[in-house]
Unconditional design. Structure first.
Length: 127
């Protein structure tokens, strides 16, 4: 459905520390910086990028948006959440745990990254 996700950052080095820790908690590798100064993370068939806005304005988070990262289970979601908190993230919403919707049980963990972007670790539990 999509080719990649990109978020803006006002401090690429701060974002590198945060996202390197998150992706390593998922079994991924640290980000690679391209010739334009963007961080690129490739993991599990997806691409996630972090950049300073190209219009020269300050980066800001998208109100109402969430970027979800697939995880293998509650343990990986908890490690992801802990890595984010230890590297400049902020816990939001309910603590990591099981949520029930009309048809599924999900294990979710939510954070705000250092620039305020809302991100989530998600694992679909068996019915």
């Amino acid at each position: 459905m999509f080719s990649h996700v990109m978020v803006g950052s006002n401090d690429i080095n701060r974002s590198r520390k945060f996202y390197d820790a998150l992706f390593q908690a998922l079994g991924g590798k640290p980000g690679v910086e391209d010739h334009k100064g963007r961080l690129i993370y490739a993991h599990g068939g997806g691409i996630f990028m972090v950049t300073k806005p190209i219009d020269g304005e300050s980066a800001s988070h998208a109100n109402g948006s969430t970027i979800g990262f697939a995880v293998t289970g509650p343990e990986q979601a908890n490690a992801w959440h802990a890595a984010g908190l230890a590297n400049g993230g902020k816990a939001i919403e309910e603590p990591p745990g099981i949520r029930q919707n009309a048809s599924r049980r999900l294990y979710l963990a939510y954070l705000r990254d250092p620039d305020g972007n809302k991100i989530c670790a998600l694992h679909r539990l068996p019915s």
